[in-house]
Structures are given as structure tokens and as C-alpha cells.
Design a protein around this ligand. Structure first.
Ligand code: AR6
Ligand code: MG
Length: 306
């Protein structure tokens, strides 16, 4: 499958997971039939802050692919938030934007949150997938560096940075591969996990891989790591959905079924699954319902030729 098809799969997979998962956010379990009914409905499917921030990051990467100016990225996030504050943002990013208004730098402001520990939320991981589309990101060191730079604008906690690194490296690893079957996905996840620093994200990824390797269903793996907004829970949960699936719609539906932070777990899972399998098996009618579908595709193609 051509690289640009995988790239389209990443950004549309992210938006699809986000928009399909959004109505179910916060539920403890979501029945498959409920997700299928929403999948088969008609009308525009709006996405939330996950895709909103991923769009902003995509546009910035096209003008500054090294993220040499992180504060310019932060300012772009802040402008997007000011224009559309109703997208379902967590409490952290708007606090960062307000502190920057008062004169702090972005990283300094982000580092002061939550008693000085910085946010461990999944906000840096949910938006990072476009980093994995850059050809430079096929080097895992580059992917990790860019993931961390874009994270630290709003999320300085090690778990948030590690979570973003995982999504960026898995997307990058799968986007550059010519042929992807179940084995390649497992290999990319394992290599990514082994490169991570010791910490909560790595620990739970190991647990997810063990559950899946011993024949456990993704639901069981996700239940072990939790499905809340913490990066250390939701990023491994998204990986569990990826490891249990064979096409993006199936992966996203499974991820929503876990409950909890459904839109963000499904957005991260959808981006990784889109990188692995593209969109061939996703009904065109469903993609047509996605808000800003055309712009997402254009950005994906542009990023994958950068
Ligand atoms: N200590 C205690 N609680 C924390 C800490 C910490 N160090 N870090 C985060 N929390 P936030 P996000 C809690 O606000 O990561 C949206 O729906 C705290 O309750 O930085 O950008 C997105 O779509 C904090 O408000 O947001 C995501 O699904 C919460 O974790 C989700 O919210 C989230 O961290 C997270 O987005
Ligand atoms: Mg969300």
C-alpha cells in the first residue's frame, strides 16, 4: 500500500475514532450495538479537541518540520482553542494558555500545572500522530524528539511525553512499512516499548503485550491498564485495541467498547490502525460524514511528502 494511503489512514483514522467515540465519553462500558448504530446513522460527525489539536500540529509541521519554535506551536494551539473552546478540552491546556497570556513561556507554564508535576493527561498523545507521517520520523530518535517537543508545550509529565512517543513511533513505524500483517504490528509495538524509558507507560505496555500474547482479548488488557484520561492508562489501552484488530473500523469500535475516555482512546487507536491497514475497508459513506475530511486528507498527503 502506498505511503500516502497509510498517511490518509492516520489522520482520517484519528478523526474517525474521535468523532465516533465522542458521544460515549465517560461511560464505563459501551455495547457494540450502540457504536454500530451511530456508525450507521446519517449526518455530520464532529470531532473534538483531539483532532482539533492534531490539525494545528499538522499545519505547524508543514512550516516548521523540526519544531524549532515550540512557542509558535503553543501559540497556534492557543489560537485554535480561543476560536473553538467548545471542542471538549481538558482543564490543563486552557490553564497553560492563560499563564502564557500573563507572560510565561509555554513549557514553563505547562510545568507549573498540577502542583508543579505537569499534566500526565493523554492530550499530548492524542494529537501527536501527524509527527509519525514525516519521513524524518522513520528514525525513532527523531520521532521521539518531535513527540516530546510538541508534548512539552502543554504536558511536561514524563507519562504524557512517553505516551506521545509511543503513538508517534508506532505510527511512524507502520507508515514506512510496505506490507503490514499482524506480526509487523506486534513487532513495531514491541520495538517501541523496548525503546521507552522505564516508567508507568512502559510497564503497562508490557502488560498489554503479555495479555495479548497469552491469547487474552483486548478488553481484558484494557481493563488492566484502565481507560481514564491519564496517558499511562489510555495509551496502552489504545495499543490493546490495535493489537486485537485487523482493520481501522474494527479497532476503533473495540476501543470505544472499553468505555472511559472513549474518543481519545479511539482516536489514538484509529491513527495507529490507519497507518497499519489504510482505509480500504472503511465504508466511504462513513468517511464522507467526517467533519473537514478534505482538509485532513490534504494535510496527510502533504506531511507524508515532507
Ligand atoms: N496530577 C493530578 N491530576 C492530573 C495530573 C497531575 N499531574 N495531570 C493530569 N491530571 P489535562 P488533556 C488530571 O487537563 O491531557 C479531553 O477530553 C486532571 O484532572 O491536561 O489535554 C481530551 O480529549 C486533568 O484535568 O487534559 C482528553 O480526552 C486531567 O487529568 C482528555 O480530556 C486531564 O489532563 C485529557 O486531555
Ligand atoms: Mg478527548
Amino acid at each position: 500500500m502506498p505511503r500516502r494511503e497509510r498517511a490518509r489512514g492516520v489522520l482520517l483514522g484519528l478523526a474517525l475514532g474521535d468523532a465516533l467515540g465522542a458521544p460515549f465519553e465517560g461511560r464505563s462500558r459501551v455495547a457494540r450495538g450502540q457504536v454500530e448504530a451511530w456508525r450507521d446513522a446519517r449526518g455530520l460527525m464532529r470531532w473534538t479537541d483531539d483532532t482539533h489539536m492534531a490539525l494545528t500540529l499538522s499545519r505547524r509541521l508543514l512550516v516548521d518540520p523540526d519544531l524549532a519554535d515550540p512557542d509558535a506551536l503553543g501559540a497556534a494551539f492557543a489560537r485554535a482553542y480561543t476560536n473553538e473552546p467548545w471542542r471538549g478540552y481538558g482543564s490543563g491546556p486552557p490553564q497553560v494558555f492563560a499563564l502564557v497570556e500573563e507572560g510565561l513561556g509555554f513549557e514553563e507554564a505547562a510545568g507549573s500545572l498540577f502542583g508543579g508535576s505537569g499534566s500526565f493527561g493523554n492530550g499530548a498523545a492524542m494529537r501527536v500522530a501527524p509527527v509519525g507521517l514525516l519521513s524524518a520520523a522513520s528514525d525513532p530518535v527523531v520521532a521521539a524528539r518531535l513527540a516530546a517537543i510538541q508534548a512539552r508545550v502543554t504536558h511536561t509529565h514524563a507519562d504524557a511525553v512517553d505516551g506521545a512517543t509511543v503513538i508517534a513511533q508506532v505510527v511512524a513505524g507502520l507508515t514506512v512499512t510496505d506490507r503490514v500483517g499482524g506480526d509487523e504490528v506486534q513487532q513495531v509495538v514491541r520495538a517501541t516499548t523496548e525503546r521507552l524509558p522505564v516508567g508507568a507507560v512502559r510497564e503497562r505496555l508490557v502488560e498489554v503485550m503479555n495479555v495479548v500474547a497469552s491469547g487474552g482479548v483486548p478488553q481484558e488488557a484494557a481493563a488492566r491498564c484502565g481507560t481514564g484520561v491519564a496517558a499511562a492508562a489510555s495509551v496502552p489501552a489504545a495499543v490493546a485495541a490495535l493489537l486485537g484488530g485487523r482493520d481501522p473500523l474494527e479497532v476503533v469500535t473495540a476501543a470505544i467498547g472499553f468505555g472511559g475516555d472513549t474518543d481519545t482512546i479511539a482516536a489514538m487507536a484509529g491513527a495507529m490502525a490507519g497507518a497499519a491497514w489504510g482505509l480500504e475497508r472503511v465504508p466511504a459513506g462513513l468517511l464522507d460524514r467526517l467533519e473537514a475530511r478534505g482538509e485532513l486528507e490534504e494535510l496527510a498527503v502533504a506531511l507524508s511528502s515532507t
